[in-house]
Design a protein around this ligand. Structure first.
Ligand SMILES: Cc1ncc(C[n+]2csc(CCOP(=O)(O)OP(=O)(O)O)c2C)c(N)n1
Length: 337
């Protein structure tokens, strides 16, 4: 990361420390839910480890008061950056009452959180794409300044729905950012067996809008390209496909054993691109983060996650009588029918 880079982006040391703290909080929470999975208290974890830099950089570049966020299952750092708390996430991981996005009836982090303008309706790979495009079309028709942000992995780009979404967005020049977190694996399928091209971003050309490749382990570079794309979308310039090259530092999910298919040296090389290590080195070399501040950030994250774990562990499961709540809207004038 080039010296002084944050200054060219107009970021203050406080911004950078906040971004770093979100990444650390994500890592601590991720490790906790993994441990809770091993204790039989969390059914499944899709880890964010290795993707934190891309997510915090991208969300930081958006307007969190008016943009819409269609996230996917690996977006823990994006959700925490948007404002969702570790306690809320843990209620979801442990399927407890009071979880705000789906009443704990869905995969962790799935559902809808209107307060943070987050929509994550399905674990079906690629299914968020056309919904996000629909939301961008609505924003355009309403002349609403909202930009839609939709994220997904490299594997999702093999789905027909993905191509339909990009084509429609290109034709109608919709205000949408397609944010690919390319970790080179779709469960056990490596990138070269998913596509015959080196970069997902190349595909944008075929749909008539820009495609950008960015180092997804560098939050500042991700912030820069996402900011440019959001400004373009907001001023009527249409969509952008951003491809953030990230690393998956854990198995696909807690149900996966990646030793069966991933060469050991692939993982070792990936570890050298850990975004938290890279950002910490940058902050230290810029004189923004001292050893003791760093320690304090990790300790604070640990304490927050400890407290949230305790609350979620003690929380009751949802009352079965609420199972059908929020499943259907009642059309106006049809109350009691
Ligand atoms: C339509 C569909 N097919 C298959 C699956 C099973 N599945 C879940 S995640 C996944 C891999 C997705 O890979 P990618 O989009 O690269 O995201 P990553 O998990 O690597 O971040 C698959 C095949 C699914 N959920 N939905």
């Amino acid at each position: 990361m080039a010296p002084g880079k944050h200054r060219t982006l107009g970021l203050t040391p406080e911004d950078l420390l906040d971004m770093y703290a979100k990444m650390v909080l994500t890592r601590v929470l991720d490790q906790r839910v993994w441990a809770l999975n091993r204790q039989g208290k969390v059914a499944i974890v899709g880890s964010c480890t290795g993707h934190e830099g891309a997510q915090v950089g991208a969300i930081w570049a958006m307007d969190r008061t008016r943009d819409l966020f269609f996230t996917f299952y690996r977006d823990l750092c994006a959700l925490l950056t948007l404002g969702i708390t570790p306690k809320e996430m843990l209620l979801g991981y442990m399927a407890k009452a009071g979880e705000p996005m789906s009443g704990a009836r869905m995969f962790p982090g799935h559902g809808v959180y209107p307060k943070y303008r987050v929509i994550n309706l399905s674990n079906v790979v690629g299914a968020q794409m056309t919904k996000a495009v629909g939301a961008a079309l609505a924003a355009k028709i309403r002349k609403d300044p909202t930009v839609v942000f939709v994220s997904f992995g490299d594997g999702a780009t093999s789905q027909g729905e993905w191509h339909e979404a990009l084509n429609f967005a290109g034709v109608h020049r919709l205000p949408i950012l397609f944010f690919c977190q390319n970790n080179r694996w779709a469960i056990s399928v490596p990138q070269h067996k998913q596509m015959a091209i080196p970069d997902v971003a190349i595909r944008a050309q075929g749909y008539g809008f820009p495609g950008v490749v960015v180092d997804g382990t560098d939050p500042l570079e991700v912030l820069k390209v996402t900011r440019e794309a959001a400004q373009r979308a907001r001023s009527g310039g249409g969509p952008t496909l951003i491809e953030a090259k990230v690393e998956r530092l854990m198995p696909h999910t807690s149900d996966d054993d990646d030793r069966r298919y991933r060469p050991k040296d692939d993982l070792e090389k990936a570890k050298a691109r850990d975004p938290i290590e890279r950002f910490r080195t940058y902050l230290q070399s810029e004189g923004i983060l001292t050893e003791s501040q760093d320690k304090a950030i990790w300790t604070r994250a640990q304490a927050e996650v400890d407290e949230a774990t305790e609350v979620a562990d003690k929380a009751p499961y949802p009352d079965p009588s609420t199972l059908l709540d929020h499943m259907w809207a009642t059309p106006p004038g049809r109350q009691g029918v």
